[in-house]
Design a protein around this ligand. Structure first.
Ligand code: DGL
Length: 270
């Protein structure tokens, strides 16, 4: 029998998946987490499908060696091209951020017009679009790649003039599409919510896939009888691993999580 006290494994290409860690900590207090940020190979966004699948498998094998009970692919790019392949091939449940985000967009849109923003590979894969249309064929989806949002978020340039100008430029095509909901289809984008909201207007709802995947993780653990016993521990223990130097990750991570990360370990080979 699988032990309930085993940690949840979460990986991303780098620091962005910490937006998912934050939501998992809120939705599932008391669960331990092992996080892996593939900082040596970030960004995944512009890389080919084959490369991202290979990296994702290596990251999953690393997390399995940490004895995790569930794996969350906290990277939209990896979820959009690798999840359908890896989810069939491992015993531990593996979930990604696309389906929960798509389901939430379908639930929220009244006008049946949804925007999706993400990295080039995510947008090119049409993963959100396909999932939204599978759930609700009448919903129209309009997608835009916003690659510069990632370095802006990493730099902490969340509300600078230049960030606003870039957001204006990227989101201009979506503004003419009369959408009422927009999926933040990249781990970094929740940090840019204020500027995206300013450009798109308050009436457009922002779907944060990080929050939705945390809810889904809770449901899956419940369904499989794998929730850590309530009250067993009040605080989660989180171990952070990276594939490149830990200092920068720890610094950036603090911005994402709002607290000091403590020990971040570098792993030589994933
Ligand atoms: N984590 C990636 C995603 O959510 C963004 C960063 C990258 O390109 O690796 O798509």
């Amino acid at each position: 029998m699988m032990k309930k006290t085993r940690p949840i494994g979460i990986f991303d290409s780098g620091v962005g998946g910490l937006t998912v860690v934050k939501e998992v900590m809120q939705a599932l207090p008391g669960e331990d987490i092992v996080y892996f940020g593939d900082t040596a190979r970030v960004p995944y966004g512009p890389k080919s499908q084959d490369t991202i699948i290979r990296f994702s498998i290596e990251n999953i094998l690393f997390l399995l060696r940490q004895n995790v009970k569930l794996i969350i692919i906290a990277c939209n790019t990896s979820s959009s091209v690798a999840l359908s392949i890896v989810e069939r091939n491992f015993k531990v449940p593996i979930i990604g951020v696309i389906n929960p985000g798509a389901a939430e967009a379908v639930r929220l849109t009244k006008k049946k017009r949804v925007g999706v923003i993400g990295t080039r590979t995510t947008i090119k894969s049409r993963a959100y679009e396909k999932q939204i249309q599978l759930l609700a064929p009448q919903v129209r989806v309009f997608s835009e790649a916003c690659p510069l949002f990632v370095p802006l978020a990493e730099e902490g340039w969340l509300e600078k003039d230049v960030t606003r100008q870039i957001a204006d430029e990227y989101l201009k095509p979506l503004k003419t599409k009369h959408i009422d909901t927009i999926v933040l289809g990249c781990t970094h984008y929740p940090l840019l919510k204020p500027v995206i909201r300013k450009v798109m207007g308050d009436e457009v709802k922002l779907v944060d896939s990080a929050r939705q995947v945390a809810k889904k993780a809770k449901i899956i653990l419940e369904q499989n009888g794998l929730l850590a016993a309530k009250g067993a521990k009040s605080k989660s223990r989180i171990c952070f691993y990276v594939s490149d130097e830990p200092e920068n990750f720890a610094k950036q991570g603090q911005k994402f999580l709002g607290f000091k990360l403590g020990n971040v370990r570098k792993v030589a080979n994933v």
